[in-house]
Write a protein that binds this ligand. Structure first.
Ligand code: MV4
Length: 665
């Protein structure tokens, strides 16, 4: 075995490789760009070398800079991770020229698999199942149109150099073929500098199933079962699992044998993945990835092997650590990819500082390259972590992931934690065997559900604000020169002298009012029509725990100025809580009247004169600046006069409703 390893990558995969290198007693060398000076992989490695500016082209894709770093650190080997230079044959050759071991397959194997056309030709010879199609060198438009008629419709045109779905065109009728071919060629030429295409029968609802293979320099090749990666959105994987649900032993064995045949056809060395699409009991070769994949942990979980260790041993010239008959699968593993992006806004990537970055690791494996306080940069991938569960059954793996998600939160950047939970909770996903179109077909339910905060959520938000106020007051008091200042008195927070509080939580275009009145050692809380008794509110590491009507609930809570972020039961909420000073008009109303907090149009009136109402009952709906304000009763009592009507435009501070003087007065 060699002694030192340079990791030509960043983020979670660099950290994950360093971990195995350290366990094996290797000296690890990280490389980093300007943007990553303080990154986790730099801190974790034994040594770290700066290789260039933040843009990947100038750093993580900069072959001369990485080779120079490897020479400077006297690295014996380079692990490329995934992405960046991992499938670049020129990089493998540059390593060889510099006398450095490249942890991966030969440049020839990469080239053979890099073109979809030559990969399919090789697979055909190895007896791997293919869809009916044409993947030869003849590119004449009329010839291809004839081939299209022979293959039949629907069919798909793919660029031979393409990846990630770019340069693909589905054709449903012969008359559309010529235009689609032209478009696919143009896209291939501009995106990859290669306008060659292949055509094949199109499957409407395929599953994406891939097989992990490994080869060594002694001619051995094995597979480590399959992974199902059908949960994707626009060619980006979101959830992967092993084994693939609902696959028969016969199909599993046949896929494994086909994948091993594929690996042997190119004398494959190291970790590789043979991708298939499967539909109606058939499976067909798609392409081969000549790298360790993002989703390798699910294979590690079910087989119990460390695939990075396997890669390093094979690269050092050792024989594969296990024979095919010694490789067994146990239980079910599932991986969630956590992205800093907004599913509700077309998956727009989100950059910024991770103010909160808390992923529960209870019974789970977390692979991440970030900690709270780190910045997510525009220059690199938006994936911030992977959450992996391994359990006896698929249902238990899902349950464990959902339990972990419920205890997790990310604040500072948009994230997909809620979407992941909704996918896991979806009955079609729970049944197993979804196809690659699942997320797109259920986009509304999974990505942009319109939800109303429950009374429990509003209560947790209100208690969270109080608890954060108390924590801040406490912190202030300990810092203050005068610890006896009444402003710092917090010790009677829970006693009966506490004032009642009203919060208006703004959520997009609505306002949710909630009032809290001291009651015993807790609060009576009114939200709209529901009353809740809350006790034992306690803040611990950014999580609020409270007893609501005898039920213990918890939520992640965070305040940044007027923004209250809360995450409860798999769902994130971002409320705005306007500074009360800016809403003095409302306060002036006191207990006996309801005032318009701002000028607007009155759209609903839910009260009548003489009516008895409860505190928190919504009485009036006002619309202003495209925002819906639900105005609630400031206290329980009888309505004396209503001095407004539906449709009326009201002034700020205008009296809308007058209450009868309360009995207590
Ligand atoms: C297909 C297909 C259906 N029929 N080929 C998409 C990316 C590229 N690697 C191949 N892809 C597909 N090829 C035929 N003949 C459907 C897809 C496809 C897909 C494949 C795997 C995973 C996710 C996908 C999402 C949409 C389409």
């Amino acid at each position: 075995m060699f002694q030192s390893l340079l990791i030509a990558n960043r983020g979670e995969i660099a950290c994950r490789i360093i971990r195995t290198a350290r366990r094996m007693g290797l000296r690890s060398i990280a490389v980093f760009s300007d943007a990553d000076e303080a990154a986790q992989h730099v801190q974790m490695a034994d040594e770290a070398i700066h290789i260039g500016a933040a843009p990947a082209r100038e750093s993580y894709l900069n072959i001369p800079a990485i080779i120079a770093a490897a020479k400077r650190a006297r690295a014996d080997a380079i692990h490329p991770g995934y992405g960046f230079l991992s499938e670049n044959p020129a990089f493998a050759e540059a390593c060889a020229e510099a006398g450095i071991i490249f942890v991966g397959p030969s440049a020839d194997a990469m080239r053979a698999m890099g073109s979809k056309g030559s990969a399919k030709a090789l697979m055909e010879m190895a007896g791997v199942p293919l869809l009916p199609g044409y993947h030869g060198t003849e590119q004449d438009a009329e010839f291809l149109a004839d081939e299209a008629k022979r293959i039949g419709f629907p069919l798909i045109i793919k660029g031979v150099a393409g990846g990630g779905g770019r340069g693909m065109r589905v054709v449903r009728a012969a008359g559309d073929f010529a235009d689609a071919l032209r478009a696919a060629r143009q896209e291939g030429a501009s995106a990859f500098g290669d306008d060659r295409v292949l055509i094949e029968r199109y499957l409407e609802r395929p599953r994406h199933i891939e097989v992990q293979v490994f080869g060594d320099s002694h001619g051995n090749a094995v597979h480590l079962f399959e992974r199902d990666c059908s949960a994707q959105r626009r060619h980006q994987k979101v959830i992967e699992e092993a084994p693939a649900p609902g696959i028969s032993v016969e199909i599993r064995d046949a896929m494994g044998a086909a994948a091993v045949a594929a690996a042997k056809a190119v004398q494959y060395q190291g970790a590789g993945t043979v991708e298939f699409i499967a539909q109606d009991g058939g499976f067909y070769f798609l392409e081969m990835n000549t790298r360790l994949q993002v989703e390798h942990p699910v294979t590690e979980a079910i087989t119990g092997f460390d695939l990075v260790e396997w890669q390093l041993r094979v690269a050092a010239g050792e024989v594969l650590p296990a024979r095919q008959e010694d490789i067994r699968a146990q239980g079910h593993a599932m991986e969630l990819r956590v992205y800093a992006e907004d599913p509700a806004r077309d998956f727009a990537p989100s950059i910024g500082a991770l103010q909160v970055f808390r992923l529960s690791d209870q019974g789970l494996r977390i692979d991440s390259g970030f900690v709270a306080g780190d910045r997510i940069s525009i220059h690199y991938d938006a994936m911030v972590a992977k959450i992996i569960a391994h359990a006896p059954s698929r249902a238990e793996a899902i349950a464990r992931l959902r339990a972990g998600l419920a205890q997790s939160d990310i604040i500072g950047v948009a994230h997909n934690l809620d979407m992941l939970d909704r996918i896991l909770a979806h009955p079609d996903f729970a049944a197993g065997g979804i196809d690659t179109g699942f997320i797109a077909r259920h986009a509304e339910a999974l990505l942009t559900p319109k939800l109303q905060p429950s009374p429990q959520v509003l209560t947790l938000a209100a208690l969270g604000v109080l608890a954060l106020e108390e924590a801040a007051a406490r912190a202030n008091a300990t810092q203050s020169a005068d610890p006896h200042s009444p402003w710092h008195a917090t010790d009677h927070w829970w006693v009966n002298t506490r004032p009642s509080r009203v919060f208006d939580f703004h959520l997009e275009d609505e306002v949710h009012a909630i009032s809290l009145t001291p009651a015993g050692d807790g609060w009576r809380i009114a939200t709209g029509s529901t009353d809740i008794m809350a006790r034992h509110a306690k803040l611990e590491d950014g999580r609020l725990h409270a007893l609501l009507d005898g039920m213990r609930l918890s939520a992640s809570i965070h305040r940044d100025g007027e923004t209250i972020s809360l995450r409860h039961a798999g769902q994130s909420w971002r409320f705005r809580l306007p500074d009360p000073i800016t809403r003095a008009g409302e306060e002036e109303g006191g207990d006996d009247r309801l005032l318009a907090p701002l000028p607007g149009q009155l759209t609903q009136l839910m009260a009548s004169e003489g009516q008895e109402v409860a505190r928190g009952d919504v009485l009036v709906v006002l619309e202003a600046m495209k925002t819906v304000f639900r105005l609630a009763a400031p206290r329980a009592g009888r309505i004396e006069t209503i001095s407004c009507r539906v449709g009326e435009t009201v002034r700020e501070g205008q009296i809308l409703i007058q209450f009868a003087a309360s009995e207590a007065d």
